[in-house]
Design a protein around this ligand. Structure first.
Ligand SMILES: NC(=O)c1ccc[n+]([C@@H]2O[C@H](COP(=O)([O-])OP(=O)(O)OC[C@H]3O[C@@H](n4cnc5c(N)ncnc54)[C@H](OP(=O)(O)O)[C@@H]3O)[C@@H](O)[C@H]2O)c1
Length: 262
């Protein structure tokens, strides 16, 4: 706990989309915040808004695609005397297209942000929560975690890692909950960043959910200490079908969803 007795939540990827909305949920429910991402200006604006809800906000500019960024972020928190009660590993990105023609630097960036930084940050911040037998961790995965995804191979594999990692450490831990949030298509900057805006998935094949609603559902799951939270009924049905279908079937559907309409 922080000295003012409001629990402190660290949200990565707080400069937009689901992360910014999770920060709003946390502030409304009595948390102070550490907001981390590369773009500082949107986090400044968000911090002003959250102050009105009584939340003290600390902004940390962090590029989690850089090796050692998670450790640097944790050092910064220690320097400022901040102890994290709730860790929201939300920062993430994808890229649409065939793997053999993808930009190798972008591939490395996706792995570093979605997998390495998420794992390192969790490893570095968990022990003090475990010691206190108190704390909550959220890992933002995706419904992309439930099957291989041609046209988004690295992204889907990275989210399969997040889901597997989250479920495993949730099983290991007592006193600290780990919630893996699996949104389906959500209206944020994600599709533009991933150049996936014209794929069937983001062209209304399934309803594209509002980031506010995704964050609300995710936060309720985190609060209740649930292990895996899939947002929306249709996404639950799709994820469950993917888990139960033979891979040759689910992979064809995933390929169609990511490439149709391009
Ligand atoms: N939108 C969807 O359809 C969807 C579906 C399932 C899962 N998700 C997952 O939800 C999470 C949030 O994404 P979103 O939909 O809210 O997309 P978004 O609006 O693009 O937000 C992504 C966030 O990640 C941060 N980020 C990206 N690269 C970073 C880096 N190198 N260092 C630090 N922060 C970085 C961005 O901040 P800066 O650019 O300021 O650094 C931004 O705040 C991601 O993990 C994504 O994979 C999204």
């Amino acid at each position: 706990m922080t000295d003012n007795a409001r629990p402190l939540a660290l949200v990565t990827g707080a400069s937009s989309g689901i992360g910014a909305n999770l920060a709003r949920e946390l502030a409304r429910d009595g948390h102070d915040l550490v907001l981390a991402a590369r773009r500082v200006e949107p986090m400044r604006i968000l911090a002003e808004e959250l102050k009105a809800a009584g939340a003290r906000c600390t902004i940390v500019a962090a590029d989690l695609s850089k090796s050692g960024a998670a450790a640097a972020l944790v050092r910064e928190l220690e320097t400022q005397g901040l102890s994290v009660d709730v860790l929201i590993n939300n920062a993430g990105l994808g890229i649409n297209g065939r793997f053999d023609t993808s930009d190798p630097l972008r591939v490395a960036e996706i792995l570093q942000v979605n997998v390495v930084a998420l794992t390192e940050l969790t490893r570095l911040l968990l022990p003090s929560m475990v010691k206190r037998r108190k704390g909550k961790v959220m890992l933002v995965a995706s419904t992309a975690a439930f099957q291989p995804g041609p046209q988004m191979a690295v992204y889907c594999a990275s989210k399969t890692y997040v889901l597997s990692f989250g479920e495993a450490i949730a099983y290991e831990l007592r006193g600290v909950s780990v919630t893996t949030l699996c949104p389906g298509a959500t209206d944020t900057e994600f599709a533009d960043v991933a150049e996936a805006g014209s794929s069937a998935l983001f062209k209304g094949l399934l309803p594209v959910m509002d980031a506010k609603e995704v964050a609300r559902i995710g936060y309720q799951g985190l609060k209740a200490g649930r292990g895996v939270v899939i947002t929306g009924l249709l996404n639950k049905v799709m994820a469950t079908s993917s888990r139960l279908s033979p891979t040759p079937v689910s992979i064809r559907i995933a390929n169609w969803m990511m490439s149709a309409g391009k």
